[in-house]
Design a protein around this ligand. Sequence first.
Ligand code: UT7
Length: 336
Amino acid sequence: MSKITAAITGVGAYLPDYILDNFELSRMVDTSDEWIMTRIGIKTRHILKGEGLGTSYLGEHAVRDLLEKTNTDPLDVDMIICATVTPDMFFPSTANLIAHKTGLKNAFGYDMSAACSGFFFALTTASKIVESGFVKKAIVVGADKMSSIVDYEDRSTCPIFGDGAGAVLVEPNTEGLGLLDADLHSDGGGAQHLYMKAGGSAYPPTIETVQNKWHHIHQEGQAVFKAAVSNMGDVSTAIMERNRLSIDDIAYLVPHQANMRIIDATAKRIGLPADKCMINIEKFGNTTAATLPLCLWDYESRLKKGDNLILATFGGGYTWGAAYLKWAYDGGDFSR
Ligand code: UT7
C-alpha cells in the first residue's frame, strides 16, 4: 500500500475592503511613505471595520471562498484549526465560531496560538492528523485582525500590520504530494522582545492596563529582525539539506511577510534568487497568521502539480520553522 501523505487541495482567502495606505498613516503618526517603503516595504494594508466584527468574520469569509472553490460540502469537513493571536474572545474558540457560521456541522475545531508561525504550526499538526487516517478533510485557517491590538499612536509598529485571513483544505494523498517534511521550533526567551502584556490571566484588564497601553503589541524591532533573519534562513537551509534539495529544485520560497528586508535577507542567506520568492507584503502588510496562506492564494495560479515549495516562518514566542511541501494541483484548476 502506498504511503499516505497530507496535501493542500485548495486555498481560499478574505481581505476586508478598507485600505489603509501610507499617506493616511502619515497623517496619524510622524512617518512617511518613503520611510515605510524603505524600511519595511509596505504600501497598503487591509483593515476590518464594523461594530462587533472580529477575526471569525475574516475566517468565515476565507472558509466560504475555500468551500466554493473546491466544491466541498461543509458536512464532509472533519476538523478545523484556526491559527490566530486575535481571537474574537478567549472562549469559545474562533475555529468553533467559523465552523458554526460556515455550516461545518460535523467538524471539531480549536484555535492555535503561535503568533506569526500559527498557520505553519497548524498546517503541520493538521497534516499529521490527516496522515494518521484520523480525519479525511481538515481546514486550516490563518486569520488575524491585527488592527484590534495595534497602537495607532506608535509609529514603530502601526505601519507593519494588516488584517486578513487565508484557509486551506488538507486531504490524504497517495501520489507522494503534500507536506513531506517540517522543522518546528519555539524559544520562550524571545517573549521579552515581542508580546502583548495584558488581557490574559497575568494582567487582566483594568483602567491602568488600558492607560499603560498594555493591550497593544510591544515589539523591540531590531532584536526581532535579527532573530527572524537568522532563524528563518538557517531552518530553511536545514530542511533543504536534509531533503537533498538544491536551489534549482525549488519553485518558490514561501516566507512569512514581516518586512521586505527580512524576506530579502532570508532569500540571500539561502542563496535563492528574488523571482523564486513569494512576496505580497507591499499590498497586505504583516497579517500575522494569514501571511503564508495569503501568499499561496496570491500565487496559486502560477503553481504546478509537483512544484517544490519551502515554507518559512518566524514570529512572536519566539516561534519559527520551515517545511518542504510538494504542491498537489495545477493552480487555477478548480474542476478537481
Ligand atoms: O511578524 C512578527 C515578527 N516581526 C518582525 O519580524 C519585525 C522585525 N523588525 C522590523 O521589521 C524592524 O525592526 C522595524 C520595521 C520594526 C523597525 O525598523 P528599523 O530599521 O529596525 O528601525 P529602528 O527601530 O532601528 O528605528 C530607526 C529610526 C529611529 O529613529 P532614531 O532613533 O534613529 O532617530 C526610529 O524612531 O527610525 C525611527 N522610526 C521611524 N521613522 C519614521 C521608527 N518607526 C518609524 C516610522 N517612521 N514609522
